[in-house]
Design a protein around this ligand. Sequence first.
Ligand SMILES: [Zn+2]
Length: 209
Amino acid sequence: MKVWQCSVCKYIHKGDKPPEKCPICGVGAKKFVEIDEASIPEKMPKRKGAVTKLKTKIPTPAIKETGLEKIKSLLVKHHAHPVSVHTPNGILPAAVIFFLAAWMFDYDLLAKVAFINMIFVIIALPFVIFTGTLEWKKKYNGALTILFKLKILTASLTAVLCVTSIAWYLVDPKILLSPNAWIFILINVLMLVCAGIAGHIGGKLVFKD
Ligand SMILES: [Zn+2]
């Protein structure tokens, strides 16, 4: 039996032929390369076609990197994206819950707390987007399968909805007392859903399950 590895997300497939479509990142069979079975770690799943990770990577042509490119590669190597993304992702649910509570109980202090939390989210977002783009380009060769498109879409929506929520609150700090409060709440809940989907796809790519 042959062993194939997805050149985009490193998913491993065992079989005579590569799968028609990568079950993790969705690229076609052409993106699979045959690899040596000996290079697979000892702990191999019993299930045919199951997922594992390779210790050795597919050889890529050595390019000497300097300056900015080297910094970018180091950021990817040291997982700057997952590290940075947990800051806003940890704060976001709290912010949305505070906005919701402020709305339900007419408690202005909670809205202020939520807004301050949102400020931390927006400060972290540029770095999250920068490292995410880097990781996508360097680790996944800028692959544009449905999975990556959905991740880009939900991440962009999160950013746009975050800016909208902050701008709206700045213009009208009493928004939660107005009849349009439900739209403001909806924007925040949607932002949380989008961040959740983007995070879920990120986890799928990292853990390959
Ligand atoms: Zn793949």
